[in-house]
Design a protein around this ligand. Sequence first.
Ligand code: BEZ
Ligand code: FE
Length: 304
Amino acid sequence: MTDLSHLDSIVDDADSITEVVQAAMSRTDDVRLKQIVDALVRHAHAFFREVRLTDQEFEQGIEFVKAIGQATTDDHNEVVLCADVLGFSTLVTLLNTIDKTDRTPGALLGPFYRGHSPEYRNGECIVADGSPGAPLFVRGRVVDRARRPVANAMVDVWQASPVGLYENQDPDQPDMNLRGRFRTDAEGYFRFRSVRPAGYPIPTHGPVGGLLEKQHRHPYRPAHIHFLVIAEGYETLVSQVFADDSGYLGSDVVFGVIRDLVGRFELHEDGKAPDADVTGPYYTLGYEFVLAEGTPTYPTPPIK
Ligand code: BEZ
Ligand code: FE
């Protein structure tokens, strides 16, 4: 038999392969990349051992990854959706926000964030087409951890319509409907008018929908508005505020609901809405966003 003892990266069995792979990657210069891929390999190998993955199951897994990639287009991101329903996105968000005391927790970005939303002045309406729905007046404030106002913060908001669809999913809504960017004033306030969003099912036409079905899970999210807050000198906050009277608060399919992120969507029947053209019932939402000091980052939009 040939003597191969001088080949130290030869694999003897299922137990020894992990160390051999780690040794092969050991010259990675980028320290953080090395740490991440090293841990990924270690945990993935342990997972394959734990479930004793069969060849067929491995193939199915590869096919699934291929399918979520192929189902992803400029206006639909199945990969983000997959990370969301498996709790990956919420876990990463919480790891990066909830350990820091006294700041607003983050919530996942989701697959429907688009860059370049229209800029509005405070008090303006983000309903581009006058679409029907219960009027909603939002008044937010951005402060630091000492509760001092953060002026000139950029607040990007996006939400589903009263029928539970984002504009990019709905041919009946104009481009960029229910999306907009605002700037906080000297006291940290921003205000806008909208319509009350509905809860909605996440898209289920692709492989992620198939997975949810096999897991006997419903696809719904509670009604919410997304907020992205970016200010010089502070960590970027990606979050959501959920309607306190919405269904599915306790079973969000993507695990985004954190107690502190449930906001009061207050119904008023007094006919004294902030805008004179609103004469019937309307809702108000007030929410304070607390930022942590740090360096702003800019999330990559999952769709165009
Ligand atoms: C959203 O809130 O926009 C969302 C998040 C995860 C999956 C689908 C939609
Ligand atoms: Fe959403």
